[in-house]
Design a protein. Structure first.
Length: 304
């Protein structure tokens, strides 16, 4: 940072004590309600396909369900910071069984990696650095990646990159038994209702396709092409998200990533309030923001 540059802003520079107490308070019911909302939307999309089967309904349902699966990952992220429930044990159990395991993820490993990401954002020890380091890229490269997402190639590549065979049978069983159990329950429930086919078509397919696309766009939007690796107002990005963006790409206020990094103690449903406070205190000109996700994609594919 140059001598003339403004010093990095901290949450303590922005918030009063009353605002700090209010923003950091974790609700007993808001986090569980968001998890319930995600599963309700998923169930609603499946019911719509069962009642009105058509290719159009199926395509929309895949996108909606994939976005809510991504939403479960966002709520898992809340739990990583102990913001999903006021009680730590309930926070972790809710996140493991209703957010992580259904999408084949796990909380402890993600928590370890993600805390390193916050500690070393955009620096060599950041485990997520490679996700954003290569941008901007040629438009063709980006759209080939999108095609890989929507055809399942990305998901298969990621699975093979994990080298599951290196775990051995006992290691693989320990790693995958809880996700297998969770998905077996989901398959069994759909089969008991006479619609077993919804599991491969409206659970696995969205997870292998739209979920991958939403993850790609999130990775680009949050930390790619930022101005200053050391300034918390410039080393991550907030993206404005309208209704359709929140439905299909940015559930549960995940678009407010700058505010999350600056105020990691704030639950996701309070991030718009944190954003408003930053703007009211005159920090808007320094903040890294994008008008929408199309703006992010345009920046990511502008190689000039």
């Amino acid at each position: 940072m140059s001598a003339s540059a403004a010093p990095p802003v901290t949450a303590g520079d922005v918030l009063t004590l009353d605002e700090l107490r209010d923003l950091r308070a974790v609700s007993r019911w808001r986090g569980p309600a968001l998890v319930l909302h995600a599963w309700t939307v998923i169930a609603g999309a499946m019911i719509a396909c069962a009642l009105w089967p058509s290719s159009v309904v199926m395509v929309v349902a895949v996108a909606v369900i994939g976005a809510r699966q991504f939403g479960l990952a966002v709520l898992l992220h809340e739990a990583v910071h102990w913001r999903l429930s006021a009680h730590h044990r309930a926070n972790d159990r809710l996140a493991q069984w209703l957010c992580a395991f259904p999408v084949w993820a796990e909380l402890p490993l993600y928590r370890r990696q993600h805390h390193l990401h916050h500690r070393h954002t955009r620096h060599p020890d950041d485990p997520d650095l490679a996700l954003a380091a290569t941008f901007p890229i040629a438009p063709g490269t980006f759209w080939r990646g999108v095609c890989s997402d929507l055809t399942g190639v990305t998901a298969v590549t990621r699975l093979l990159g994990m080298r599951p065979w290196r775990l051995g049978l006992s290691g693989a069983w320990r790693r995958w038994r809880a996700p297998l159990a969770s998905n077996a329950v989901l398959f069994g429930a759909l089969a008991a209702l006479g619609h077993w086919w919804l599991y491969p078509l409206l659970w696995l397919l969205p997870l292998l396709t739209w979920y991958q696309l939403a993850t790609r766009i999130r990775n680009i939007a949050e930390h790619a092409m930022v101005e200053d690796d050391d300034d918390p107002l410039k080393n991550t990005r907030t993206v404005s998200a309208g209704f359709l963006a929140r439905v299909f790409l940015a559930p549960y206020r995940v678009n407010y990533h700058l505010e999350h990094h600056l105020m990691v103690f704030v639950p996701c449903w309070k991030l718009p309030r944190a954003h408003a406070i930053l703007l009211a205190r005159g920090h808007g000109q320094r903040m890294e923001m994008a008008a929408n996700y199309l703006d992010v994609i345009r920046r990511a594919t502008s190689t000039r």
